[in-house]
Write a protein that binds this ligand. Structure first.
Ligand SMILES: Cc1ncc(COP(=O)(O)O)c(C=O)c1O
Ligand SMILES: N[C@@H](CCOP(=O)(O)O)C(=O)O
Length: 462
């Protein structure tokens, strides 16, 4: 399986190279040259399998010969062994034909663990084989960072630097990143918002001298392996509701567009998905763009669903690449316009996007009201991100088609907002019960590329 860049001019790579490379050298994001498909019989055969076996069958064609079947199976098993639910991604019914996919039973209580626990294993296996050492840089609005630190802490051939926006993640999220004591992980609190942090990470990848000197690697959804691992739960949940005989739809609380793009890949692989619904909080550029075709960011406003406080949505580039008929030149031009402030999506591409995606927005007050209402009606305590999804799903869903809304994080990651909305302060699970007593280790840093690069050079092992 070969991987190509959304901007059309970077080297074509295999799976392992793509995973270790991160951002393509032309600034684009890697995607498989062709998207493999599963027959209806192959999809039906997933029914009743373990999550791990489903993951193996879905991801195998993308990985091709980068890992042997036995090795890949073993790494998948290790990745999900630390989840505290036998189903890994259980489905709960909220209302007739409306289901919640709980994606927060991994070690850091967010959907990021599904991919990050796996790529931690894949990186380790690949680096042990090659004897290489890498420096991972990541940007986070709260959940990617904690999942990455958990997956890579203590590894001898990896240093991890996570840039998070100072003062704009929840206290639980911050402590998850700042309390691990392993010396190979570093939490950097950057002045700015998530878009600032992600821009600096991309700047570091585009600084080739620095990139090559430190052996830069990425674990944001820049990395296709991240997105791939998220395809699996679209299959497992849809099959448990009757796919491939029955169509389903998904609503996905969305920010950087990685999770919903995984749903798009599942659809392209043959899973009968009717609609993919983009649910945004008040940082609603994706919803506005889907409605009017204009992608002009106007700054991030902090919300009670901070992980989705994003206006420069990285993986939207992958969706645009598909909507523009995989024309890398067209995407490169849009991204150049983006540097100058924003871009307009062509009518043809907008129509192509609308064939797959719907979109909606949920205000702060609606998020709070949804947490309260869903607790009363179903007993389910949502986190604010899941609540954004449920509200938008309720508004847009076709009652005849099962709707699966993704519950992307555990409510205990956002205790203040959840308590204010519901009157219940959700408790952290036992393995995190002493989180507030652990010592924090964090570096405050200004938004200055040279200073960030210098700090990484100084701190990384060699
Ligand atoms: C809890 C939570 N929900 C939703 C999202 C949005 O997902 P994506 O960035 O893949 O669109 C994020 C951030 O990625 C998140 O951490
Ligand atoms: N919400 C994310 C933002 C980064 O997204 P990613 O999927 O590109 O890693 C977070 O929690 O950090």
């Amino acid at each position: 399986m070969n991987y190509i860049s959304t901007r059309g001019t970077a080297p074509v790579l295999n799976f392992e190279e793509t995973m270790l490379t991160g951002l393509a050298r032309d600034g684009g994001l890697y995607l498989p040259e062709t998207i493999p498909t599963l027959s209806a019989d192959e999809i039906a055969a997933l029914g009743g399998l373990s999550y791990e076996e489903t993951a193996f069958r879905i991801m195998r064609p993308f990985v091709s010969d980068s890992f042997s079947d036995d090795e890949f199976r073993g790494l998948i098993d290790k990745a999900y062994a630390g989840f505290n639910h036998a189903a890994r991604a259980p489905l709960k019914q909220l209302a007739p034909n409306h289901f919640l996919l709980e994606l927060f039973h991994g070690p850091t209580l967010a959907f990021k663990d599904f991919a990050m626990q796996l790529i931690g294993q894949l990186f380790q296996a690949a680096l042990e084989r090659s004897g290489e050492r890498v420096t991972i840089v990541g940007a986070t609005s709260g959940d990617t960072g904690s999942a990455a630190i958990e997956a890579f802490k203590g590894l001898s051939n990896v240093d991890v630097f996570i840039l998070f926006p100072h003062g704009r993640v929840s206290e639980v999220q911050r402590r998850q990143m700042t309390t691990p004591s392993e010396s190979n992980v570093h939490a950097l609190a950057v002045t700015g918002d998530f878009d600032t942090c992600q821009a600096r990470v991309k700047d570091m990848f585009n600084d080739f001298e620095f990139r090559d000197r430190v052996g830069l690697a990425g674990v944001n959804s820049i990395n296709f392996a991240r997105v791939l691992a998220q395809v699996v739960y679209y299959f497992s949940s849809a099959v448990s509701l009757g796919a491939p005989q029955r169509e389903v739809s998904f609503t996905v609380p969305t920010g950087n567009f990685g999770d919903i793009f995984a749903g798009y890949l599942a659809k392209r692989m043959g899973l009968p998905i009717d609609r993919l619904v983009i649910a945004t909080n008040q940082n609603d550029i994706l919803d506005r763009c889907m409605k009017a075709g204009d992608y002009t960011p106007d700054g991030v406003t902090p919300s009670i669903s901070p992980s989705m406080d994003i206006q420069v949505s990285s993986n939207f580039e992958r969706a645009l690449f598909e909507a523009y008929g995989r024309d890398g030149g067209a995407v490169a031009q849009l991204m150049d316009e983006m540097k100058a402030g924003g871009f307009k999506v062509s009518q043809g591409a907008l129509e192509a996007l609308r064939e797959t995606y719907d979109s909606g927005r949920c205000s702060e007050a609606e998020t709070m009201a949804t947490i309260k209402r869903v607790l009363a009606s179903s007993g389910e305590l949502l986190c604010p991100h899941g609540a954004v999804g449920v509200k938008v799903a309720e508004e847009l869903r076709d009652p005849a088609v099962p709707m699966i809304t993704l519950a992307t994080a555990h409510p205990a990651k956002f205790p203040d907002a959840v308590e204010e909305a519901s009157g219940i302060r959700p408790a952290l699970p036992p393995h995190m019960a002493d989180l507030f007593e652990r010592e924090e280790r964090v570096t405050r840093i200004e938004d200055d590329l040279s200073a960030i690069e210098a700090l990484i050079e100084e701190r990384r092992g060699s």
